[in-house]
Structures are given as C-alpha cells and as structure tokens.
Ligand binder design. Structure first.
Ligand SMILES: Cc1ncc(Cn2c(C)c(CCOP(=O)(O)OP(=O)(O)O)sc2=O)c(N)n1
Ligand SMILES: [Mg+2]
Length: 570
C-alpha cells in the first residue's frame, strides 16, 4: 500500500546535473573517463549538449571562450590528476583573460589523498588549482552540491570574471539523498554578476579630465567587448567624437572602418595623445605598460581608466581619473554627463588622426592585392579580409606569430565579439577549442586562421570538428615552420634546422582523413574561392594555404621580447 512506498531518492550524479541546468548551463566541454563518464551519459539523457574532445586543454579552452561569448560560465569536465592537469592551462588562461569558466574535475577521496596512500590518479588537485584560478572549491557531501555549484558560478562571473576550479571526489556522485531534500538543496543564483555602479564624483572627475584634452584617445579593451554594452560603448565614442583604438578582441565593437577609428594610426595616437581613456583595457604588455617610447615623452599623458577591478588602477602608471564599475553602468553614467554642450575634440587632432589612418591604409592596400604564388602573408590575408567583409557575422579565430600579428591589423572586424585570439597571454593552442565553442555556442560559421606551428597544438581536434559536423573552416598558413622556419641547420646540410623547419606538410589531408573537406591552395584568389565555398557549405574544411617560407619575421611583431646573449651569437 502507499504507506510502505519507499521515499523517492536522488544522488550526487543527478544533483550536479540539476544544479548546473537550474543555472542555465546547457553545454559540457569534456574528455570522458573515470569518475565522470556516467555523469556525462546522464547529462546527455537530460538534454545537455556534451562535446567530447581529444585533449582536455582544448575542452578547457572551449569552455573559456564559451564564457567570453555568453557571460555564463563555460563548463569543462575532466577526469582526475592527468585529465585535471591537462585542463589547468586553459583554466589559467581563462583567469588571465578574465573569461568565466568552471573546471570540474573528479578526484580521489580526501582520506586517501591526505594520507598519500597511492590511489588511482591520486593528486591534491584543489591545492594545485588554487594559485592558478580566481576561486577553488571542493564538495564532499551531496546536500552541499547546490550551494557549491552556486558559489562556483557566482565566483566565475561576478566582478572581474575568471576561472574557477570545482573539485568533486568520486564518492560524492553515488551519495544518495531524499529527492525532496535534494530539490530543496539546489540554488538558482540570484543576480550572479551584479551591476557595479561608479561613484558619481569619479564620473565628474573623468569627464573634467576628458574635456580638458587637446588630443584625446579612447582605448577599448576586451573587457568592453565582454560587457555586451555595445550600444552604450558606441554612443559614448560617437557622442564624444573622440578617436578610438580597439584591442584585438575588442575589434568590431565599432567597425574597424568607422571614421573615428585610429586602428591604422596606432603608433601616432599612442605617442601623441595627451588624455587616454581606457575602457576595459589593462595597461599591460600589450599596451607597453603605459610607458616608454610607445607613449612619447614621459609624463605627457593623463590616464582615465574604467575597470570593474579597483586593484587594476595604478597597475603600471598613475591613473588620474579611476572609474570603478561595470562597463555598461560606467558608460551610461559618462553619457549622462556628456550633455548637449560637450566640446568636440580639437579639429586639428581629429583630422591629423584621420590623415595618418588614411595614409597608412593607402600604403597597405597594394600589398593586399598581391596575387603572388607562393603567397606572402599580405596577399593571403588580403583574400581573407575580403571574405570577412562579405561575411561580417562569421566568427574569426586567430593564432600564430606572423599569421596572428599581421591578421590583427589587416582583417577589419564589423561586429562585436567576432574575433577570438590568443589574448593577454599570447598562448598558442587555443585555435580548435575556441573554434568548436564558437560554433557550438553561436551556430555561426567559424573561420580559423592558423599559423602552421600554432595549429599543431590542437590539430587533433579536427576529428572532433568532423564528428560533430561543425561549420568550421580552418585555414593553415603553411610557411613550412615555426615563424620563418629558415634557421640554418647547425649540423650542416642544405635544409634549415628541423627545430623550426617543417617542409612538405599537407594539413588538408588530416581533414580528409576524418571525412571533412581538404583543399590545397597556392594563390590568394584560390584561397578566397575555397573559403567562400566552405562558408557557404558549412562543411568542416581545412585549407592548406602555402606561404613562402622566406616571408615574415621571427616571432612576428614581438621578436624584441626575445632575450639576446651578449657573449654568443645564437
Ligand atoms: C603554449 C605556447 N608554446 C609556445 C609558444 C611560442 N610561440 C610559438 C611556438 C609560435 C608559433 C609560431 O609559428 P606559426 O607557424 O604558428 O606562426 P607563423 O605565422 O609565424 O609561421 S608563436 C609563439 O609565441 C607560445 N606562445 N605558446
Ligand atoms: Mg609558420
């Protein structure tokens, strides 16, 4: 009779899935294995999309960029120890780039780890993760899964976003709980990323400094892109009339072809501006730390900085007008202060910037028309620039050295969050993970422009791309090596050193091996046609674009960062 019907039960497996689904998580990026395989099977049965990769680093990178694109934490799940370690580079990269991501790893039981009794894949993962991420938590009891997942979500997306580690010992999953109790333990996070309004006096101070400028400049960083306050950002730039620079992953917040864009006059505006307003952009190595010859005479600049992280202020140079808050709230507050009688920036400055921009674009134009074969970087990028102009909603992924540095300046972006690249850390290997998540999260076609060495870090995921039939077109700039690949071979012989020279490679055959479309091209017009066809078909495609090995330079634009010996010639 109904009196002896046992109470319905739930367990750790179910509660982890319920907690994540309750908070809008729809996709898992993972490599299955002990102790998470059954969790993944149950997640699929519950309608979550589980994308399984060939290496956890790529699954982690996918989760990180999913976070950047959606403002919800991307979730990567791994097995313990080696699987967890493989995910760490992506967790650290997410934290460095301020992408919200949660790395969930199975782990060994505490009592065994703490006595170091030699469990299968034993490791003190929580301790190892802590220094590499924004926050790290471990859950031991099933009734804590709801609050633990809530803590991880809020830590990932609130304030400055970042990577969070969530440690789930194997025994947690099979713990049983009364179903009603279980449901009550779940937490739907309220307002996980609360708006952080700026102090009105900070806004007034910033506007006074901006108004005083003779040569103002606005620098938009990827924090401004992440904020999805696109209208407010655009309105501030256009209402102020101030020239703007967009950092790599901020490109497209306003079109690179915008009349106020100073992208093609970067060196001039950094050197000559007298007031610089940083919006979600950190004064790190990518902006030469705000000092040195890039920035003209020492002390010639006043910096206004808008950032959600108070500790970012004065990181490298004095900030005369710090504005702490989320980008959207700060933009709205600034706009409210830019009333009808806002003085347009001095016409001589605006026209000097436009003149320099147009001159530099004019100088570059003929190089982009090159139809030379074998191709040089400019000719190949000229063809891809045309594709992106015709297909502004496609998402561009980019890594390499010359392939990255030249593409950044040559390929204009027209819409926000469409350019995904190596970001703050300059890390190689993000390519295929980012491409998979961009396709999964947005459903848009993806164009991944890869240096041949950079592609090698995540190239095995070509099989993942084919297995999930994703609309990704990978263009490998095949200049036969890392950088120029032309180092002299120290052991003699005519071929350059195999340390950097990778001749006779046909990456297109890799894609064919897994059922995708492989194309081999040696001229820009062939490249243009092949990419256009791939974007139309939506089929996984890899184009092996032959680039002259003598083209380009060592390490692209950052060769100067290489230490040099004063006693020996390398
Ligand atoms: C994880 C990792 N390993 C190594 C590097 C060093 N590195 C490496 C190995 C690059 C590859 C350059 O070769 P490429 O073929 O991708 O580019 P080109 O377009 O210059 O040929 S770029 C660069 O900074 C890195 N940034 N990140
Ligand atoms: Mg190369």
């Amino acid at each position: 009779s109904e009196t002896d019907t046992p109470p319905a039960l739930t367990d750790g497996f179910q509660l982890v899935i319920d907690a994540l689904k309750l908070n809008g998580i729809e996709n898992f990026y993972t490599v299955p294995g002990i102790p998470i395989s059954d969790l993944l099977r149950m997640a699929q049965a519950e309608g979550l999309r589980v994308i399984s990769f060939r290496h956890e680093q790529n699954a982690g990178n996918a989760a990180a960029i999913a976070g950047f694109l959606t403002k919800k934490p991307g979730v990567c799940l791994t097995v313990s120890a080696p699987g967890f370690l493989n995910g760490l580079t992506a967790l650290a990269n997410a934290t460095t780039n301020c992408f919200p991501m949660i790395l969930i790893s199975g782990s060994s039981e505490r009592e065994i780890v703490d006595l170091q009794q030699g469990d299968y894949e034993e490791m003190d993962q929580l301790a190892i993760a802590k220094p590499l991420c924004k926050a790290a938590f471990r859950i031991l009891h099933a009734q804590d899964i709801g609050i633990g997942v809530a803590r991880a979500i809020r830590a990932a997306v609130s304030g400055r976003p970042g990577g969070v580690y969530l440690d789930l010992p194997a025994k947690l999953f099979s713990q049983v709980l009364d179903e009603v109790e279980g449901k009550k333990s779940l937490v739907k996070v309220i307002d996980p990323a609360p708006a952080q309004l700026p102090d009105p006096s900070a806004i007034t101070r910033a506007l006074d400094v901006l108004k005083s400028a003779k040569r103002p400049l606005i620098v938009l960083g990827k924090g401004a892109a992440y904020a999805q306050a696109d209208e407010e950002v655009r309105a501030l730039v256009e209402k102020s009339g101030i020239p703007f620079l967009q950092m790599s992953m901020a490109k497209g917040l306003l079109p690179d072809t915008h009349p106020q864009s100073a992208g093609a006059a970067r060196s001039m505006v950094l050197k000559d501006a007298d007031v610089v307003m940083l919006v979600g952009a950190r004064l790190n190595w990518l902006l030469s730390h705000g000092k040195g010859k890039t920035w003209g005479a020492p002390g010639s600049k006043k910096f206004i900085q808008i950032d959600i992280e108070p500790k970012e202020m004065d990181s490298n140079v004095e900030i005369v007008a710090p504005v702490v808050g989320d980008i959207g709230s700060c933009m709205s507050a600034l706009l409210a202060g830019i009333d009808g009688n806002w003085p347009a920036p001095p016409a001589d400055w605006v026209s000097a910037v436009s003149a320099r921009r147009e001159a530099n674009i004019g100088k570059m134009a003929p190089k982009l028309m090159s139809n030379a074969s074998p191709m040089n970087f400019h000719g190949a990028l000229g063809a891809l620039r045309r594709v992106v102009k015709e297909r502004p909603d496609a998402i561009l992924v980019n890594e390499g050295a010359n392939t990255l540095d030249l593409a950044r300046g040559i390929i204009d972006m027209y819409e926000p969050r469409k350019r995904l690249d190596v970001g703050t850390w300059g890390v190689m290997g993000i390519g295929m993970g980012y491409a998979v998540a961009a396709a999964v999260e947005t459903g848009k076609p993806v164009l991944a422009i890869e240096g041949d060495s950079a592609f090698g870090f995540s190239g095995m995921e070509v099989e993942t791309i084919c297995r999930y039939k994703l609309p990704i077109c990978v263009v490998v700039f095949n200049n036969s090596g890392i950088y120029r690949g032309t180092d002299v071979n120290p052991t003699g012989g005519s071929d350059p050193s195999p340390m950097v020279f990778m001749p006779d490679t046909r990456y297109d055959k890799m894609m064919e091996a897994f059922g995708g479309v492989g194309v081999h091209v040696t001229a820009p017009d062939e490249l243009y046609r092949a990419v256009s066809e791939a974007m139309d078909s939506g089929k996984p495609t890899l184009i092996n674009a032959v680039i002259d090995p003598a083209a380009g330079t060592e390490s692209g634009n950052i060769g100067s960062l290489n230490p040099t010996s004063s006693v020996r010639k390398a």
